[in-house]
Every structure is written in C-alpha cells, then in structure tokens.
Design a protein. Structure first.
Length: 145
C-alpha cells in the first residue's frame, strides 16, 4: 500500500511540475509580447504595432476615447501620441487558456504633437494567443488612485 501511495505522490508531483513549467513559459511569452509592444510604441513602428494587435483591437484611453487598430497605429506613427520613454511598474500576468490579462502602471515621458509631457496610468491589457503568437485584443487605461 505504501508503494502505491509513494508512486501516486511522484506522479502527482510530476504532473504539477509540467503544468507549472507550461504556465511559466506562457507568462514569459506574454512578458516578451508586452516588451515588444512597448518598444514598438516608443519606436512608432507600424509594422510591429500591426503584428502585435488584432484588427478588431479596442484600445481605450483614460479619457474614455476608444480606438480601433488602425486609429491606434496612426495615432502613434503620426506623433499625436508620442512616447519618448515607457516604464512599466508592478506588472502582473494572469493566464487562463489562450487569454492573458496583464496589469501594470505605465509611467511615460511623452511628446504628443511636439508638446513634452508626462503620464502615469493604470493599464489593463487583454492578450489572446493565435497561431502561436500573443496579440493585443483590448487595452483599458485609467488614472491610478
């Protein structure tokens, strides 16, 4: 009886280890996608911005304005929304299946329409995995408390 019990414990530990490793891999993939998006926003890289987002993206600003993918990319590449630096703080990532919810504080230096500024926002990003790649599906920003 003890033999079976110990075998069961070893098998359960192995299964848990596999699940934890798979989850850690997904978290690292999402972290990388967030970093790529951040870099693409700073660089105003339209190719990367399109590649990292869904065509039916819902990109919501703290003002309540909501943009689709084209409007979001054009806002960045035109300089109307110009990020000079972006520092992400207190990031958390929760993954359920092929959907990831990322929360962080965005602290950025901006130069929107050639007017230097600073913004600090609480951000919620919703990412979905499609064909092996994480893409941004939705973003909501609010002013942090």
């Amino acid at each position: 009886m003890k033999k079976y019990f110990y075998c069961l414990i070893v098998i359960a530990s192995f299964i848990i280890s596999i699940n934890v490793n798979a989850q850690n891999k997904k978290v690292k993939e999402v972290e990388a996608a967030v970093q790529q998006l951040t870099k693409a926003m700073i660089d105003a890289d339209s190719v990367q911005l399109y590649a990292l987002t869904y065509p039916d993206l819902k990109y919501a600003h703290s003002t309540g304005k909501v943009q689709n993918q084209r409007e979001f990319v054009e806002g960045i590449t035109s300089g109307r929304s110009d990020f000079v630096t972006i520092d992400l703080q207190n990031q958390t990532i929760d993954i359920i299946g092929n959907t990831a919810c990322v929360r962080h504080i965005l602290d950025a230096k901006t130069n929107d329409s050639n007017v230097p500024g600073h913004t600090r926002l609480a951000i919620l990003l919703v990412w979905a995995k499609e064909s092996g790649k994480w893409k941004l599906l939705a973003r909501q920003a609010v002013k942090p408390q």
